[in-house]
Design a protein around this ligand. Structure first.
Ligand code: NAP
Length: 521
């Protein structure tokens, strides 16, 4: 009970109150956790200070903030709780380092990024353990995130050598028209807790590749992975000041980043509400902005789908990271001819998903990040039930306690229910029945979000028709897991601005300069 109260406290108090002097751990670590933590400490990967100008730095007023294991409530570490002053110093360090880093050749920057990639891969098990400890996802999935996260460093290490410009045919004989791409400058990267590593490397990889320097602000829930990655960046020879990490009081850090004229770019992944605030705040200094925000992904299963493929794909997209990804299916639209067969097979499959501590063998569903997340899921489920939806599997907190929630299927959902209007961000699959392709498209597009959508069909014509009509930045056809470093990731409508990953990802960190050479005749 006490633990529950403490977890609640953690999620409901305002930021400035979360930072504490000499924090006393609420719950002792078990011996199992202790041994993982001491192993990480001895390998130098458990850092608890911010990184400013290449130096591990305490908060200037000595405040700290606890990092919990969501599966057990254990306090894993206390990290520096920073604010305005530390952020300003981090910006100055990044600004200073920009002079040198941006002048290196693409190939020199490529080598450093490649070394960082190698180190992440060498330490993928330990980094995976860190992710499971602070974020909760099952170890196998966490190690998978390390591989995915590292792939952006490898990809952009290669792209660092290919930041090409153009020579444009001139309209005048004695002129030459050239275009070069230059790094935008100091980049502020604000990242969420659901992918503590990959959301950082997807931004920092391209930023560093083209010559920018960065100030990273990881989520207060998962700073340890960011700090471990930063330690490996230092070890890989990325010079001091090129990569800085501050964490703690999010609004204060955010405001300092927004106000600074030295910060030329804000790149953010997180909720749409915070993204809108940052976009408005960036207007004052007219910064370049890219936003990866919330989704409301439809997953459409047509009558002509291959049932096995649709089941596998829907399970993967819905229950990955316990439903806590921006591209998780948020609404499952099933055509009436296959509705009964699909929902019954889907409910059976979901009952087999093993829930538990991410370190336990066979677990595929970890806890939710915090108590607030569970309460949100509960309220969405209650709203749906009160409006006529039916629970087909799960539907309540898991008997394991803490922030575990049963993998859940809800049938007879309507698109105007809360659960279909907003991201549930939990292991709940709401199923909506539809009759025609037109109706499915209308329902799917009836949202302000536009990140990812999925469809399952055996018709090539329908695949094209529906893919092109969906108002989404990413469409998975007969596939539930679509994220890769080589493809552009990003959303339409209020799901964001810009793209991450792929060759398009570099454009977000460059300015285009037109050089006109005249009087050459
Ligand atoms: P969030 O609450 O918006 O937080 C994201 C980041 O913003 C965290 O580092 C947070 O810091 C920081 N933050 C909060 N308030 C701030 C402020 N006033 N100024 C500056 N920074 C501020 O989102 P979340 O709950 O961590 O993440 C879940 C959301 O991210 C979901 O909506 C999900 O869909 C979205 N997401 C999108 C993508 C994508 O690629 N489109 C990928 C992953 C997640 P603290 O945590 O320290 O408060």
């Amino acid at each position: 009970m006490m633990l529950k109260t403490l977890l609640l406290h953690r999620t409901t108090t305002i930021h400035s109150l979360r930072c504490k002097f000499n924090t006393i751990p609420h719950r002792e670590m078990t011996t199992g956790t202790q041994s993982i933590v001491s192993r990480l400490k001895s390998s130098g990967l458990l850092q608890t200070k911010g990184l400013i100008g290449g130096k591990w730095t305490d908060a200037y007023d000595g405040r700290t903030i606890e990092v919990n294991n969501p599966a057990s409530g254990e306090v894993i570490a206390s990290v520096a709780c920073m604010g305005e002053k530390e952020t300003k110093d981090a910006i100055s360090s990044a600004y200073e380092a920009f002079g040198h880093w941006s002048k290196l050749t693409g190939s020199e920057r490529s080598n450093r990024l490649r070394s960082w990639y190698n180190l992440l891969m060498e330490h993928k098990e330990e980094l995976g353990e860190l992710i499971t400890l602070e974020q909760g996802k099952p170890l196998k999935e966490a190690i998978g995130e390390v591989g995915y996260g590292a792939s952006f460093l490898e990809f952009f290490a290669e792209e660092a050598k290919r930041v090409y410009g153009d020579i444009i045919p001139s309209t005048l004989p004695d002129r030459r028209v050239l275009v070069i791409k230059q790094p935008v400058g100091v980049v502020a990267a604000i990242t969420p807790w659901n992918f503590p590593l990959a959301m950082i490397t997807r931004k920092v990889g391209p930023a560093l590749a083209c010559g920018c320097t960065v100030v990273i602000k990881p989520s207060e829930f998962t700073p340890l992975t960011a700090l471990a990655a930063a330690e490996l960046a230092l070890q890989s020879g990325i010079p001091p000041g090129v990569l800085n990490v501050v964490m703690g009081d999010a609004p204060k850090i955010g405001n300092s980043l927004l106000e600074s004229t030295q910060v030329r770019k804000i790149t953010f992944t997180g909720s749409t509400a915070v993204g809108k605030k940052l976009m408005a705040g960036a207007a004052e200094t007219v910064k370049k902005v890219s936003l990866e925000l919330g989704g409301n992904a439809p997953c459409i299963v047509f009558d002509d789908a291959d049932l096995e493929v649709a089941l596998k794909g829907t399970l993967a997209t819905k229950f990955r990271n316990s439903g806590q990804t921006c591209v998780c299916a948020n609404r499952i639209l099933v055509q009436e001819g296959i509705y009964e067969k699909f929902t019954s097979a889907f409910s059976n499959a979901v009952k087999d998903l093993k829930v538990g501590n991410g370190f336990s063998e066979g677990v595929v569903q970890g806890p939710l990040i915090n108590e607030a997340a569970v309460q949100k899921v509960e309220s969405f489920v209650q709203d749906a039930i009160s409006k006529g939806a039916k629970v087909l599997a799960g539907g309540k907190r898991h008997s394991l306690g803490f922030t575990f929630y049963e993998p859940t299927i809800i049938g007879d959902v309507k698109n105007d229910m809360l659960i279909a209007r907003q991201e549930v961000f939990g292991p709940v699959a709401p199923i909506i029945r539809f009759k025609t392709e037109e109706e499915a498209i209308q329902i799917a597009n009836d949202t302000n979000a536009g990140l990812a959508a999925y469809l399952f069909t055996n018709s090539i014509k329908r695949s094209w028709r529906v893919s092109e009509t969906l108002e989404y930045g990413i469409v998975g056809v007969n596939e539930g897991l679509v994220s890769t470093e080589v493809a552009p990731f990003g959303g339409y409508k209020q799901s964001g601005l810009g793209r991450e990953g792929s060759k398009y990802g570099l454009d977000e960190y460059t300015e285009i300069k037109y050089i006109c050479m005249g009087n050459l005749g």
